[in-house]
Design a binder for this molecule. Structure first.
Ligand code: SAH
Length: 205
């Protein structure tokens, strides 16, 4: 049923569909929500954040056109679910979260699931240290009013960045940027709703 819903909504990449089937979403939601883990809806997680709707996870992953050679950056670890999906399709994943509690929980889950190519980092994805380097793919899973130049600069040539861009409260548009030798190509994809990307490491645990 889970795969069928995703197919019906237009996901056709076999590797993405298989991965969505393989990653146990019930391990990434609160215990009370386990029964709803395979419904196509976002669910609340700790720290007032959300785990994204499966369709949106599958759609963004499909748009990234991942290869095993890719180094991927995710901003907004949340539950770690999207990172687990990325880990099966990419080479290396660095995922950044501003809440220590979410970062720690996600790290433990991902280790248990054997996602050894994922590094969970506590930090501000809008202000990353230079030492994190550059990426083939960047996925932002929190709403940004605009995409910061310093993030675009981290994309390798041939690289793709996907981010929800728009007002923090309300509807955003998923934007796909592709870096070519000639410059940056921009495409508007679909409307989405994400919790906001906020600056700094969260003061609450
Ligand atoms: N991808 C997640 C869902 C993300 S919800 C999943 O699969 O479950 C968005 C997350 O982005 C929240 O956990 C929020 O705390 C985090 N976030 C918001 N602004 C951030 C920033 N500047 N740096 C890192 N994480 C951020």
């Amino acid at each position: 049923m889970f795969q069928l819903t995703l197919r019906r909504r237009g996901i056709s990449d076999q590797a993405v569909l298989r991965t969505m089937e393989e990653v146990p979403r019930e391990l990434f939601v609160d215990e009370a929500d386990r029964g709803d883990a395979y419904r196509d809806s976002a669910l609340p997680i700790a720290c007032g954040q959300t785990i994204s709707q499966p369709f949106v996870v599958a759609y963004m992953t499909e748009q990234l056109q991942l290869q095993k050679s890719h180094r991927v950056l995710e901003i907004g670890t949340g539950s770690g679910y999207q990172a687990a999906v990325l880990s099966r399709l990419a080479g290396q994943v660095l995922t950044v979260e501003r809440y220590r509690k979410l970062a720690d929980t996600a790290r433990t889950r991902l280790e248990k699931l054997g996602c050894h190519n994922v590094e969970v980092m506590l930090g501000d994805g809008l202000d990353l240290p230079d030492t994190v380097g550059s990426f083939d793919r960047i996925i932002v899973t929190a709403a940004m009013e605009q995409i910061p130049d310093n993030l675009i600069e981290r994309l390798n040539v041939g690289g793709v960045l996907i981010a929800p861009v728009g007002p923090h409260q309300g509807v955003q548009t998923l934007i796909r940027l592709t870096r070519t030798v000639a410059g940056i190509e921009r495409k508007e994809l679909v409307d989405v709703r994400f919790v906001p990307a906020l600056p700094g490491i969260a003061r609450e645990l």
